[in-house]
Design a protein around this ligand. Structure first.
Ligand code: AVI
Length: 319
């Protein structure tokens, strides 16, 4: 999964103005915060891949098992011959499970990172010879015109990984509406959503024993220092993952362990000991909450599958 690739990893390139603006305004707010999409430079993407293999991080393997088991059910309900449109396709790691079952008329992966997108689209074309693959490099938060070459077959959107959980409810609803706009009349959507569960299990998934998630979180400070000319003393910060029960979400923060001062892009910032930079929300959903959010986004849930421990769900919805 990759929301934002490292277009600015090299110290020689100009800083991304959007990254700079987000960091400077986020560090100036009373509760300091940097949007989670900036985690995914090259190192951050590697660390995220490592997270998905951790014993504590159950979502990836649970969703994979659900897709292995229930992709034929999806095919039975959705019917064959749909064009599959994957949002934030990244490495398209789970896609073959769906494509094998559904026998699509075309596959349209959409991702903001063009290089990554083309690489994984080429790999998929090799694996499914004869399947028309039309990668689109775009931000899927807004409706996107699909290529006319995919014809008028109804579409099946695919949004795995509980990536929706990284958005607040209003943004998630906007995204679901944009997806409905992109996919058009008669569309269906297969979406992965993480479940509310025992707090200890959730916190462990975001604060693992090997500290890979800590490295993922702290990598954001390295990125700020490298790309925005910062001098943040990274060793003065620690990774914190906490459950916010009122919002039903895991929050990740970077907490200052002493009073610190630093400069980013020529601007001075100060933090008191214990003060945090909020770096990520990962919302979890009950059955009702998941369906309500889909409904607010214009989708009616028509089927839902969970694992025996009800850790994760995949939902099939129609417009
Ligand atoms: C990408 N996203 C769904 C992950 C999640 O679980 O919220 C990102 C992540 N952050 C820490 N661990 C994984």
């Amino acid at each position: 999964m990759l929301l934002e690739m490292d277009r600015n990893n090299a110290a020689t390139t100009e800083p991304d103005p959007a990254f700079r603006a987000d960091v400077l305004s986020g560090l100036s707010a009373p509760q300091k915060a940097v949007p989670a999409r900036w985690f995914y430079d090259r190192r951050g993407s590697e660390l995220f891949e490592a997270i998905t293999d951790l014993p504590e991080y159950y979502p990836t393997r649970t969703e994979r098992a659900l897709l292995e088991r229930h992709a034929p059910d999806v095919a039975r309900i959705a019917g064959e011959g749909r064009a599959v449109v994957e949002f934030g396709s990244g490495s398209s790691a789970k896609t073959p499970l769906l494509l094998t079952a559904i026998d699509p008329s075309a596959y349209v992966p959409i991702d903001i990172s063009g290089d990554f997108l083309r690489e994984s689209a080429a790999a998929l074309s090799q694996r499914f010879p004869g399947l028309p693959v039309h990668p689109i490099e775009a931000n899927f938060m807004h409706p996107i015109a699909l290529p006319p070459a995919i014809g008028r077959a109804p579409r099946l959107g695919f949004f795995p990984g509980s990536t929706i959980g990284n958005l607040t409810a209003p943004t998630a609803v906007d995204l679901l509406r944009a997806m409905a706009g992109t996919l058009g009349v008669g569309a269906m959507l297969l979406i992965g959503m993480d479940r509310v569960k025992d707090e200890a299990e959730l916190v462990a998934a975001y604060d693992d024993a090997q500290s890979v998630t800590a490295a993922f979180n702290l990598n954001l400070l390295h990125r700020i220092n490298r790309e925005l000319g910062g001098d943040i003393p990274i060793e003065a910060f620690r990774h914190v993952a906490r459950w916010n029960d009122g919002e039903a979400r895991i929050e990740m923060h970077l907490e200052a362990e002493s009073d610190v001062g630093f400069t980013v892009s020529g601007q001075r910032f100060a933090m008191r000991r214990g003060e945090t930079i909020h770096t990520e929300n990962s919302h979890k959903y009950g059955q009702r909450g998941a369906r309500l959010m889909l409904a607010a986004g214009g989708w009616t849930t028509i089927a839902e599958w969970t694992d025996p421990q009800n850790r994760f769900a995949i939902l099939l919805a129609e417009v």
